[in-house]
Ligand binder design. Structure first.
Ligand code: G3P
Ligand code: CA
Length: 281
């Protein structure tokens, strides 16, 4: 009886703490060929996280379009980086203080024209914040998606809602998606429900980074790789990760010089705003 209680208690701790159940499968294996991830779409040329930005990223040859997720007051997943609408729309306040209807009334493009006059376009004034479902419905299986759960602790059932949409559009079996998060708990939760989806552990280093064996062991339980800020990693970091068969997708690489260096060191992809410099010969 005591043993049974202890096992139940152990399982509860695992689940509450975002741990993995004993006997969890291995993460999926995916190709390690180099990928270009259009960060917030082609955010150099169009307002980030709009369908136009994603479309441009596809035209410019990005292998994946990156989507950050937030949630509206009425529980709809939308593509937006910030927790507030202030920077990227003409509105104010938190995303989750807006219903979808209220959010849809906002202009998600004029800010870009003011901030980046060189790439301004009058048509951007009419852009709106897309829901994740609108993105899937528009692109279907024609693109690959690299989706980030943002502030998952604040949004009830963010992971379940994301997985439900991925299933609805049959994007899991077709291997059209990678999910990334800074939240270990969010990734583990997804892994427990849908272990077939490749997951990337995002990392934000404040000083030059070193990978420890303990970190590698921990991340390899549920993820296929890491997404560090590129400024804090070096060749040794990348070589250590690659020896451990972890993919390395640094963010956000906008110069050809940095790209060349990182590729020489062996990264397996980069997030980029698809700047002019990124394409220089
Ligand atoms: O997802 C990689 C990178 O985008 C993380 O930073 O702040 O641009 O979402 P952020
Ligand atoms: Ca992101």
């Amino acid at each position: 009886m005591k043993k049974k209680i202890l096992i139940i208690y152990g399982l509860l701790i695992c689940t509450i703490g975002g741990g993995l159940k004993p006997g969890a499968p291995d993460p999926p294996s995916i190709p390690d060929s180099f990928i270009v991830i259009g960060h917030r779409g082609a955010s150099t040329y169009a307002p980030e996280h709009t369908l136009v930005s994603y479309e441009l990223a596809r035209e410019l040859g990005a292998d994946y379009i990156e989507i950050d997720l937030q949630m509206t007051k009425d529980g709809v997943l939308v593509a937006m980086h910030d927790q507030t609408v202030d920077r990227t729309t003409n509105g104010v306040g938190r995303v989750d203080s807006h219903s979808l209807e209220q959010l849809k009334r906002l202009d998600a493009g004029s800010w870009f024209n003011k901030k980046f006059p060189l790439h301004a376009n009058p048509s951007y004034e009419f852009l709106t914040v897309p829901t994740l479902e609108e993105v899937f419905s528009y692109f279907g299986k024609e693109v690959n998606y690299y989706i980030e759960t943002k502030s998952p602790d604040k949004y009830p059932q963010m992971e379940e809602k994301l997985l439900s949409l991925l299933r609805k559009y049959d994007l899991i079996n077709e291997q059209k998606v990678i999910i990334q998060s800074f939240s270990e708990k969010s990734l583990k939760q997804i892994f427990q429900i849908e272990p077939k989806i490749p997951l990337i552990q995002l990392l934000s280093y404040q000083s030059p980074a070193k990978l420890t064996e303990a970190e590698i062991k921990k991340w390899k339980q549920y993820s296929v790789g890491v997404g560090p800020n590129y400024q804090m990693i070096d060749e040794a970091y990348i070589k250590t990760a690659r020896r451990a068969q972890l993919l390395v997708h640094p963010y956000t690489v906008n110069s050809k010089e940095e790209l060349d260096k990182l590729m020489k060191w062996g990264v397996t992809g980069v997030f980029t705003d698809l700047t002019d410099s990124f394409f220089e010969e």
